[in-house]
Design a protein around this ligand. Structure first.
Ligand code: SAM
Ligand code: SF4
Ligand code: F3S
Length: 474
């Protein structure tokens, strides 16, 4: 079997359209094979890599082809109803497959496992295993139980688990860029959001293990790490041996110091928590990418209050100004929700004007989907009709397209140091790379000897709303 056939299928609402990249391990050395599909945010994708490592120790290798697999896992997302419906359809497909292959084990991991607990197993009889985000260490035992016909369930949330000692198996790696989870859970209670219930309390990972992972990746040829957390700016870890408090700014600096040739990115920043110290650290180190994902959710103060975001429109604007003051040209991207409870046409206009103000390079845009158990579900009425939510979302999307195009046009004629991630999906004669601002740039390979993972200076001469087009300059 060729390596390409081992590529897992991924479904990522947050990162639609990204390339599938081969597993790094040779599955033929393994006794058993597992197939994993990941849904949802980058943290879930990073978790699948932890799961692959735990299963690897038990003799399981990853396969892209579920027909070869002894174990099928779906690492699921509950963020919107649509995300759960997609998984349910997929589980029904696998249940049909299992009817012809009774020995096949099917497991649900991640946020849907945590939210629905034993429901998928007992009431709907769709799966053999249900394992929540903090229980992956128990997978081997649970697989054994499920294999002998018992129920394999563990949805206990933990206050300590960070999987700090587990070296992730890079499932979709392009060999250039890798995720590092720096914390888990979330202590914010945004009223629309299910994450605090599916991921539990916030906890930060041991900083030494983060630095060691970054160093190891760099030693293995990786050129970029993406530090992940639902709210990275509230990272906080006390190094008792060194008597040092490690804030996110300090952590960023420590990772940046691993090597100037290692780019550092991070996601996500909650506007209330990102500090000047973080901004100055970003400005100080060339290898910390000048891009901040700063989800606004809404541009209206009343709606922000109902969302429990704990900042106002003016406060958010001041934060954007501060970022631009300290790092002129810093890329800013966002998440936006249309049609939250009680949102009026004027409130919606505030969101559009906020987008204009912040000049986002890119946004992830959604219409509000009520989630069971959240504060909003308990306190407010989901009273904006679906067609209104969708129409407002379309206006948000249309505006974002204009803003993205405008932002890309501002780059025409400029030269950027970019990191080559691989060949362009459309044309093998072209490289695909990323600027420090996280913009995708495509350019001809020409007769140069550059390769994946190299830095190269590229001058922009054309653009679309999604991509910069350029040429190599010496
Ligand atoms: N922790 C990040 C933050 O605070 O922005 C990201 C959280 S979530 C994984 C990603 C995005 O999904 C959110 O920023 C929000 O825009 C969106 N989202 C969360 N719950 C939603 C809901 N109930 N309906 C629609 N969109 C939602
Ligand atoms: Fe959800 Fe808010 Fe936490 Fe983000 S910060 S994960 S939106 S509760
Ligand atoms: Fe989804 Fe859970 Fe991430 S709900 S967005 S997979 S934290």
């Amino acid at each position: 079997m060729g390596l390409l056939e081992l590529i897992p299928k991924v479904h990522n609402e947050e990162r639609q359209g990204e390339a599938f990249i081969p597993f790094e391990n040779d599955p033929n050395q393994y006794i058993k094979k597992f197939y994993i599909e990941s849904y949802g945010c980058q943290m879930n994708f990073a978790d699948s890599e932890v799961v692959a490592s735990i299963l690897g120790r038990e003799g399981y290798g990853a396969t892209r082809n579920y027909e070869d697999a002894d174990l099928v896992l779906l690492n699921t997302c509950s963020i919107r109803d649509k995300a759960e419906q997609t998984v349910r359809k997929r589980l029904a497909d696998f249940k049909r497959i299992k009817n012809n292959r009774p020995g096949l084990l099917i497991g649900v991991l991640g946020c849907m496992a945590e939210r629905l607990k034993t429901k998928l197993l007992e009431e709907e009889k769709l799966v053999d295993l249900v394992v929540g985000p903090d229980a992956y260490r128990s997978l081997p035992g649970l697989i054994e139980e499920a294999g002998s016909g018992q129920k394999g369930v563990n949805v206990l949330l933990s206050r300590e688990e960070t999987y700090a000692d587990i070296s992730p198996v890079r499932l979709e790696s392009n060999g250039v860029s890798a995720f590092i989870s720096i914390m888990r859970g979330c202590n914010n209670m945004c009223s629309f959001c299910v994450v605090p219930f599916t991921r539990g309390r916030e906890r930060s990972r041991n900083a030494h293990s983060i630095i060691a992972e970054a160093q190891d990746l760099f030693d293995r040829g990786f050129k970029e790490v993406i530090l992940l957390g639902q709210n990275v700016d509230s990272y906080y870890w006390i190094d008792e041996e060194q008597d040092e408090t490690v804030t996110f700014a300090k952590l960023l600096e420590k990772v940046a110091l691993v090597d100037p040739g290692l780019r550092v990115r991070f996601s996500t920043s909650h506007p209330k928590d990102i500090t000047d110290e973080v901004l100055f650290t970003m400005a100080k180190y060339e290898n910390i990418c000048k891009h901040i994902h700063l989800p606004v959710q809404s541009g209206n103060t009343r709606i922000l209050q109902l969302m429990n975001r704990t900042y106002t429109r003016e406060w958010y604007m001041a934060k954007v100004n501060r970022i631009r003051e300290i790092m002129p040209g810093c890329g800013i991207t966002s998440d936006v929700i249309s049609g939250f409870c009680t949102e009026t046409e004027e409130d919606h206009q505030d969101t559009l004007s906020m987008m204009e103000f912040a000049r986002y390079d890119l946004s992830y845009m959604y219409f509000y989907s009520e989630r069971p158990g959240t504060l909003a579900e308990r306190r407010y009425t989901d009273d904006v009709p679906e067609e209104v939510k969708k129409r407002r979302l379309q206006e948000i999307v249309d505006l974002q397209y204009q803003l993205s195009l405008r932002s890309n046009r501002e780059d025409l004629g400029k030269t950027f140091k970019v990191l080559i991630e691989g060949e362009s999906k459309k044309k093998s004669d072209d490289w695909m790379a990323r600027t420090t601002h996280n913009k995708v740039i495509v350019f001809a390979k020409g007769n140069t000897a550059y390769k994946k993972g190299d830095y190269v200076n590229v001058k922009v001469h054309e653009c679309t709303k999604a991509t910069l087009l350029g040429e190599i300059v010496s």
